[in-house]
Write a protein that binds this ligand. Sequence first.
Ligand code: ADQ
Length: 457
Amino acid sequence: MSRLVIVSNRVGPLKDTGRAGGLAVALVDALNETGGLWFGWSGGISEEGTFGPLQEGGSRKVSMATIDMTQADYDEFYVGFANKTLWPVLHYRLDLAVFDRRAEEGYRRVNERFAVRLRPLVQSDDIIWVHDYHFLSLAAELRAMDVGNPIGFFLHIPFPAPEILAGLPNAATLVRRMLAYDVIGFQSKRCADNFRRFAIEELDLVLEGEDVLKVEGRRVTARAFPIGIDAAGYSKQAMSPEARRAMARMEKLLNGRQQIIGVDRIDYSKGLPERFRAFERLLEDYPENRGRVSLMQVAPPSRSELDAYVEIRRELEELTGHVNGRFGDLDWVPIRYMTRSFQRRVLAGIYRSSRVALVTPLRDGMNLVAKEYVAAQRAEDPGVVVLSRFAGAAEQMPEALIVNPHSAEGVAASLQHALTMSLEERRQRWQALFDRLCEEDAASWARSFMDTLRQVH
Ligand code: ADQ
């Protein structure tokens, strides 16, 4: 079987350290199956940047190779175009996007430099799988260097409606460059459809069958490959000693009260202020929950170098103070908000002791928290997921209570429904969700993407 080469901005870890996300685990499994190489940014900044030495490591079957960036690369490519332009635009936030020619040029330059450094590491029968919005034009650069291998791409974040993307200067050029990939994978049918619509409406391409675009004699498959989690593995983590200890601590604190849990990196796409307001509305509209239900929000900071993220942190602190000041009592704090991160097993325990997961991003490619929460539940007494219609996960999880995250009343009503739902209904909904989670897990996601890539090339 041909070797797999994975490219992503951050690489590894190859071993489950307890903190590694489910995605890293799925990719390591895929790499172990065929043997392979994982290539990306070292996380380091140096004067030589992408011209510096290749940093190599890994195991017997899987090698890892990373390179540094210069400060200019980091500012223009990573902070600039990737996170101040693409991230907001792809999450439908044209209003927050910065359009800067230098950043755009830096993005193109770093994609080219990564291609130059990857090129000598690629063997003739490798298949190459590139991840996420940092590398939309990597295949175009590799093709210009005569790399003829199958190259696939998976976008972890949303692909917006063409009407939104058209607001990005040079969007057509960027999408045309994406067409150098053989397979382009998206989290949801909606996103794959948006991409094909852009290609048809803005680039005048023609569709063949359901999801193949004809591009100058080549064929490019644009299809949904919804990412899964290691459902069975995660269920076990929720019964680990670490999870049990966390549950025991929480149960003591909750003392018979119910808990709603939210877990998200701090990001404007996650709808956190809207979520806090919806919880406040629950306490207003359904006063029987006062003193009985609390919201625990875990929100580790991410990309704190961006102003938009500093602003949202401040807003969350204010809202927490406001709701707690308004409703708190001697023995009850309505919102518990913390910005620390937890070990995966501890998090699984927190999910297991929470009656409701409140997952209300304004936009999300998939959202793995919704899936992890389901996998962590007790079959005999499972909790309920309240899920935004704008998360990719909503397509695969119709048994969750699907909400519009912008409607405080709507979310509050669904929370009330979740908190008062009969055991029988909770079990029915959970079983359907859990069965699908096991079927469409991380391993099957990676397998189906790679099978498609091997077939179409
Ligand atoms: P993210 O935007 O990071 O991922 P998400 O899918 O929710 O969003 O994954 C977050 C992960 O981090 C989860 O595995 C969660 O358990 C973990 N995590 C969050 N807070 C934590 C904490 N305090 N301590 C420990 N772990 C924590 C992007 C896209 C998503 C897409 C994923 C995968 O934005 O839409 O689902 O990639 O493709």
